[in-house]
Design a protein around this ligand. Structure first.
Ligand SMILES: [Zn+2]
Ligand SMILES: [Zn+2]
Length: 364
């Protein structure tokens, strides 16, 4: 099978003919239809996130068709349409049984491997590692069965791919993590693939105002299309002051959808009393932020993380599909450019330049 293989951070990926072993116990093989190009993969590609085994096949946002299932797989068969989840769920641990499967305690023994500690991809007999189980920059991927979430056959799989990471993370941050009520105010720092989905999540629950903050004005057209009521150009204006001008007391929720430590501080300072900062974007490995603890205590502010939009993927992926099919969730508007697998480096280049809502690799 064909895969874009990264040999080391900072190098170009090469499309290689990779050997794919058949699925083992509780695994399935998925023929990929499309894969979104995600910022977390870009962080690994450019080396700002460290600790990933190499060589590796990146890609955490894919959808496709089940081609084969390993022993013990229940509820999936060849021909099923699936969205891939990068968070496997054992269904047995404390977090799975209490409805927080995004925090499942079952971990792989070796980063970049599957649960038995080995990979299904090899080149010249040597292992090629999986990025976040999904490894979707490849024509095929073997994933744990709990990472392949079945959806209805009517859903366009190209659109479905984006549900696998950016849509779920952004919309889920608003609906699940923050659980915003109609009329509560919010700001979104960083208007990329995830930030735009925070904005549309705010629209779904009638948050107001919905303030977009970015240093790239070019993104504001997308932001308005998805429901932003105000846009702040942080390269020109101080976003903390600008948010206070709009809201009076600050925002009830600030979403940080960009991996820059300084922005976490700005978002914190833009909060109203009792406001909540939701950290989604992850700054470079080892980053720290300092803040005034007095403002936390006196104003009862909350700072919390958000993993995968606090998704219960088995329930939330089909929910996102239904919202899209009923015209309430926008996905078409998010896809700004399509690439072939051979153009995957170019896709990262465009993403790094900040020009896209979402780029998408499409397989034949
Ligand atoms: Zn992602
Ligand atoms: Zn679990």
């Amino acid at each position: 099978m064909n895969a874009a293989v990264l040999i080391e951070p900072g190098r170009r990926m090469e499309v290689e003919d990779v050997d794919l072993a058949p699925p083992q116990e509780d695994e399935v093989v998925v023929g990929m239809v499309a894969s979104g190009v995600c910022h977390s993969c870009l962080h690994t590609y450019d080396g700002s996130w460290t600790g990933f085994p190499m060589p590796i096949v990146l890609g955490d946002e894919g959808a496709g068709v089940v081609e084969d299932v390993g022993p013990g797989v229940k509820g999936l068969k060849p021909g099923d349409h699936v969205i891939l989840s990068w968070a496997p769920a054992c269904g047995q641990c404390h977090y799975c049984v209490t409805g927080r499967s995004q925090l499942c305690e079952r971990q792989v023994p070796v980063r970049g491997a599957l649960f038995d500690g080995t990979t299904r991809m090899t080149m010249d007999g040597k292992p090629v590692f999986h990025y976040g189980h999904v490894a979707s920059y490849a024509s095929h991927s073997v994933v744990p069965a709990s990472c392949a979430i079945p959806i209805c056959q009517e859903m366009d799989l190209k659109k479905a791919a984006l549900i696998g990471c950016s849509v779920m993370t952004g919309v889920g941050a608003v609906l699940n993590t923050a659980n915003i009520q109609a009329g509560e105010s919010m700001a979104v720092f960083g208007v990329g693939g995830i930030g735009l989905n925070c904005i549309q999540g705010g629209g779904l629950v009638a948050a107001n105002p919905i303030i977009a903050v970015d240093v790239n004005k070019g993104k504001f057209e997308y932001a308005r299309q998805l429901g932003a009521t105000h846009c702040i150009d942080a390269s020109q204006d101080d976003p903390v002051e600008a948010i206070r001008d709009i809201t009076g007391r600050g925002v009830d929720y600030a979403f940080i959808a960009v991996g820059v430590a300084e922005v976490i501080k700005q978002a914190w300072e833009s909060l109203a009393p009792a406001g909540t900062s939701v950290i989604i974007g992850l700054p470079p490995t080892g980053s720290t932020v300092t803040f005034d603890t007095g403002s936390l205590q006196a104003n009862e502010k909350v700072m919390r993380g958000c993993k995968y939009g606090s998704a219960r993927v088995r329930d939330d992926f089909p929910r996102m599909v239904e919202l899209y099919m009923s015209g309430k969730l926008k996905i078409d508007e998010l896809i700004s450019k399509e690439y072939s697998i051979e153009q995957s480096n170019e896709a990262f280049g465009d993403l790094a330049a900040g020009e896209l809502a979402r780029g998408m690799i499409v397989f034949d």
